[in-house]
Write a protein of this length. Sequence first.
Length: 335
Amino acid sequence: MFENYKNLWVFVETEENVAKPVGYELLNPGRRLADKMGQKLIAVVVAGDASKVAQDCLNYGADEVITVEGDEYFEYSSDAYAHALHTLVDKYLPSVILIGATNNGRDLGPRLACELKTGLTADCTGLEYDEETQNMVWTRPAFGGNLMAMIMCPHTRPQLGTCRPGVFKRPEFKEGTEGTIIKEDIHMDPAQIRTKIRERVKEVAELVNLEEADIIVAGGRACGGPAPYQEGGVIYELAEALGATVGASRAAVDAGWIAHAHQVGQTGKTVGPRVYVACGISGAIQHLAGITGAETVIAINKDPEAPIFGRATYGVVGDMFKVIPEWLKIINANK
């Protein structure tokens, strides 16, 4: 029924001609899945000038890149981007499309799915391919993160999903990789673009880059108030000593101790740092869903039965207000 639908696409989102990291991250599972499908991995770039990003996509392992360029694509708009992608899908008939679950991706995915009359699985944290049914198996948290749902879209194509940033690691970058770049000439009358950016206001969310952080020090309910996150507090001081970004659990954010931009977990950011330090975080399933990509997890908690220890690489059973100052002494002595 879907014999004409071939290849796996990764939409590599850009903003002012600069790629969002999640696009490159998705080329990693995209490579594995495309090989399993026996088809090509194709990156799709829509931008004012896509030349640098297109070459980087090849360097990150894409077999081919399809680009759409024009002044109307320098900044994101639902109308222009959906029009470009819809036109490409009608021409090339991809079997699978992966889109990063960024603010723009969460806008574009549903719009595109509606126009194409296909399904959309949002906020995926796991990607597999069922060779028997030739269906993608999309895994995402459901019921507030209390269980993981596995979803298929067997009756329509393309199969479309948005995937959380930070879940997958970027593939190896190989400078100067050769490959095919196909330039498509697709434009939209500016009068048909119904939204325009008049002004950018830099908010705290833009200053807290958890998704790309190499080390994160996060505090939870045991912080007891905002002081540990402020200068002189144990979370702040440990993050400073380690050159880390400060994170937090939902309990700390809901209590108003720190801004939502710092939240890690199901309703916050999904992260994949080299080191994640969980201080006074119990490890509810919603929080654990946000640290699936962390390489090393260090947990400090007074409760030896805390679920966080089941995910931790290293665990310390103790009071964070006593453990962290001792750790800081060792760090500072060995700098």
